[in-house]
Ligand binder design. Structure first.
Ligand SMILES: Cc1ncc(COP(=O)(O)O)c(C=O)c1O
Length: 391
């Protein structure tokens, strides 16, 4: 039985409350946080025949199993592996599934460190990457070469927010025998069921919405049944491991992901709709907002939206953007997202795109809308526009 079958008759919120709890003991609601390297074994026969369920800290403990099982459940996957960061989950997945001489297709909207890894370590290993238009859909078929082994998607792109037609891409990939991997951090596995949409591996920076409180780094990979044995075997060879306290924070965060994401979405929709009315804003990039690019695909394939979106201001000079964001009271300027607090980040996709032309020269701004009162966030942004308009 795949892990995801156990609670399949229940609604997602119910499953989130109950999944992974079979690893708790003595009636406790949550699993113990096992700090373990050595795990002793009763006899030589037990050791040699590998009879004990837990053998060594790096191979897993009940704490780690509880989160693996819960991630598999939420993602609708066969099973899952844990990593010390989202980037480690991405890079390890590519190392596990590719070898020298392979060709890899990566969306041009990909998270920049993923691109860096493809251009750096993968290129040095003789693995060639081509970047494709995130909106390519079924057209991806034309880019598949005889040695193409993997298509990497990210939907929506975490800065430019293009929603990819994942069912069309995975259908083309399957027809050609190519593996599809998604960076599913925006949908957090909860709002985008990547495995149901045909992806073979759904990777997440669980640092974001699963942990949800900006206090731990964590990566996850949820894996379809046909790849599980191959993936797990290579994962163990790589020696990946996450400390039990961070695993526990992931498990703890996961229990409230449904209510948090609902509120992030509600707040983000309110702020994004207000931004759409502002003359200082050229474009709001939030697929959940009617009228925004990608809305139809988002509505078709997603069950909800997180609180991350971008805006393209009319004035994209460094000065104007600094006036907007530097003195905001409620938006911290920093990397990452998915925590309870609001964040702001300037970005310029013109600096890294290679396959497509980003039409808006200068800086755009990414907002993470947290769990504050959205009216307070709107008032804060309004002061930013006042500063911008005084320039
Ligand atoms: C879309 C996306 N994927 C992956 C990552 C990497 O996650 P981590 O910071 O946990 O390594 C990030 C981090 O910002 C991200 O935004």
């Amino acid at each position: 039985m795949s892990k995801s079958d156990k609670f399949s008759q229940f609604a997602p919120q119910t499953r989130i409350s109950h999944t992974g709890r079979e690893f708790s003991e003595h009636g406790m609601v949550n699993p113990a946080v096992y700090h373990a390297s050595t795990i002793t074994t009763p006899t030589m026969a037990d050791w040699l025949e590998g009879r004990q369920e837990y053998r060594y800290g790096r191979y897993g403990t009940p704490t780690l199993r509880a989160l693996e099982s819960a991630i598999a459940e939420i993602e609708g996957a066969h099973n899952a592996c844990l990593f010390p960061s989202g980037l480690a989950a991405i890079t390890s997945t590519l190392l596990i599934l590719l070898q020298s001489g392979d060709h890899l297709l990566v969306t041009d909207s990909v998270y920049s460190p993923t691109r860096k890894f493809c251009q750096g370590i993968l290129a040095a290993m003789g693995i060639e990457t081509s970047y494709y238009d995130p909106l390519i859909g079924a057209g991806i078929k034309e880019l598949i070469r005889p040695n193409t082994k993997l298509i990497f998607t990210e939907s929506p792109g975490s800065q430019t927010m293009e929603v990819q037609d994942i069912p069309a891409i995975t259908a083309a990939a399957k027809a050609a025998g190519v593996i599809t991997v998604i960076d599913n951090t925006w949908g957090a596995g909860h709002y985008f069921k990547a495995i149901d949409h045909g992806c073979d591996v759904s990777v997440q920076a669980a640092t974001k919405y699963i942990v949800g409180h900006s206090d731990a780094m964590l990566g996850t990979a949820a894996i379809a049944e046909h790849l599980w044995e191959r993936y797990r075997s290579a994962y163990l060879q790589l020696g990946q491991h996450v400390g039990p306290d961070d695993v526990y924070l992931g498990l703890r965060g996961l229990r409230t992901i449904d209510v948090r994401m609902q509120r992030h979405q509600e707040n983000a929709l309110k702020v994004a709709a207000w931004l759409q009315t502002r003359s200082e804003i050229k474009q709001v990039l939030y697929p959940a907002l009617p009228g925004c690019d990608g809305h139809d695909l988002w509505k078709r394939d997603f069950k909800g939206a997180c609180g991350l979106f971008s805006i393209v201001p009319e004035n994209r000079s460094r000065e104007a953007i600094a006036a907007l964001i530097d003195d905001l009271q409620l938006f911290g300027l920093g990397a990452s997202w998915g925590g309870f607090e609001s964040l702001v980040l300037p970005f310029d996709p013109g600096e890294y795109r290679t396959a497509t032309n980003w039409p808006h020269k200068g800086f755009s701004v990414r907002l993470h809308i947290g769990l504050e009162d959205p009216d307070d966030l709107i008032a804060d942004l309004a002061t930013g526009f006042e500063r911008m308009n005084k320039l």
